[in-house]
Design a protein around this ligand. Structure first.
Ligand code: AMP
Length: 210
């Protein structure tokens, strides 16, 4: 399965990508996680990306397209992959076409803005492995510590309220038009995000069956 998850920030695309990755036994390529790892490691890419991310803006297309094309050419992507966070605009989607990277399905997870803001403001992330938690809805077993790797949990820089607003505005302007782009190809599948993560997973799996 070659799948794109297309959803507003905070709609649960990262969490569902992790679940689907195990379910289908295919890797998730999360462009946001790749960028955050580079920022944490202090690489040149990280230094370029940091100022865009902390402004709620997109990192330039040519940088992102290059990262994704390289990653998808690796062996573990041969039997399928989940793209989480790419493409984020029409130019990036066209770059996949140009590189002859075929996509089977595009999943969108719909969540109201109000819920999104509440979720993002309570989100915590492991700096070490990138696993995502929430102060209320997905607490780690030990407060402040990642269940997965024992790393420290912190709020993301770009989850500050004033940056969340910019990220949502950028999403509606640039990313949402991709729904029509893929609906026109007949491969768009829609799931309604639920309160509970496992209920959202059930809705996602049902949407992907169709
Ligand atoms: P995410 O973890 O998917 O919410 O991504 C976090 C931030 O990384 C975004 O707000 C963008 O600044 C940047 N980013 C991630 N993926 C892309 C992409 N495909 N194109 C441009 N910027 C991206």
């Amino acid at each position: 399965m070659k799948l794109i998850i297309l959803a507003a920030p905070g709609a649960g695309k990262g969490t569902q990508a992790e679940v689907l990755s195990k379910h289908f036994d295919i890797p998730t390529i999360s462009t946001g996680a790749i960028l955050r790892k580079n920022i944490a490691d202090g690489t040149t890419l990280g230094k370029i990306a940091e100022k865009y991310i902390n402004d709620g803006k997109f990192v330039p297309d040519e940088v992102m397209i290059d990262i994704v094309k390289k990653r998808l050419s690796e062996d573990d992507c041969k039997n399928g992959f989940i793209l989480d966070g790419f493409p984020r605009n029409i130019a990036q989607a066209e770059a996949l076409d140009k590189a002859d990277i075929e996509i089977d399905k595009v999943l969108t997870i719909e969540v109201e803005d109000e819920k999104i803001i509440e979720r993002l403001s309570g989100r915590l992330e492991c700096k070490k492995c990138g696993s995502s938690y929430h102060k209320e809805h997905k607490k780690p077993q030990v407060s402040g510590v990642c269940d997965n790797c024992g790393g420290a949990l912190t709020a993301r820089e770009d989850d500050k309220p004033e940056i969340i607003k910019d990220r949502l505005a950028t999403y509606y302007k640039q990313t949402e038009p991709l729904k029509k782009f893929y609906a026109d190809r007949g491969i768009l599948k829609t799931a309604i995000g639920q309160e509970d993560i496992s209920d959202t997973t059930a809705a996602v799996l049902k949407a992907l069956e169709g």
